[in-house]
Design a protein around this ligand. Sequence first.
Ligand code: AKB
Length: 315
Amino acid sequence: MKKILVTGALGQIGSELTLKMREIYGYDNIIATDIRRTESDVVQSGPFEILDVTEEKAMFNMAKKYEVDTIIHLAALLSATAEKKPLLAWHLNMGGLVNALEAARELNCQLFTPSSIGAFGPTTPKNLTPQDIIQRPTTMYGVNKVSGELLCDYYYSKFGVDTRGLRFPGLISYMTPPGGGTTDYAVEIYYEAIKHKRYTSYIAEGTYMDMMYMPDALTAIITLMEADASKLKHRNSFNVSAMSFDPAKIAAEIQKHIPEFVLNYKVDPVRQSIADSWPNRIDSTCAKEEWGFNPEYNLEKMTKDILSKLRLKSI
Ligand code: AKB
């Protein structure tokens, strides 16, 4: 049975992934950590520890204490916050990753860390962006993500650490809201549709970005980590996307369920320029071929599901 350390376990991905992995691998086998403790099922349902990933030996000590064989390193700043606080982003996103890699190297652990569509830049082809293509991002987040991909490749080829990663698109969930991302509008719009039947988008009409519903993202992480290593030609990181839309397209889908829903625009120049530098639609063929990536939710199916779940939550 696996024993897994999760950093950033109270974040958007971590809070759902931790619970799902506890169901699969056993409640005591998933060690959730975060920089602070909040009210959460993650804290209640199994081991939880405070961990600052930027503290040099802290991750190693935690991984050693629990004798884990896998590290899922999720603690990081997202794109819009990283653009506001670039030095903090460098320190947290790169410092945390190198500490996770060192712990994995010393303790012989498998390691997962997410990359992002943000690893691409304005000179990358925007449509059906291939797996292997020019990556010259113009954001601090993107610089962190490309460096992280390269660093994970280096730890694999130099030290044999079993590093694996995914280039995630915007992740949409009704459980834990994201914070500080460029794609967050695609989550907020559902909450506002239920609460106020209107939403003002900070992303302009016609700006297409890749997205994925959280259940597909969780399955993708677990499937990749379980995949036969001999089949993986790419490790860090696979393009994965389930859909691509702009604000008008998601609004039209919401209007099928809430006809009076109104979408307005008040564009935020910082997040708009980040979005403009990213692809419209990436190509996930390598992930499909090498480990069977197969997302279940498109925009239509996700919208139906998320609106019904949010209604049940009576937000
Ligand atoms: C962000 O918007 O920063 C993230 C991402 C696509 O990496 N959701």
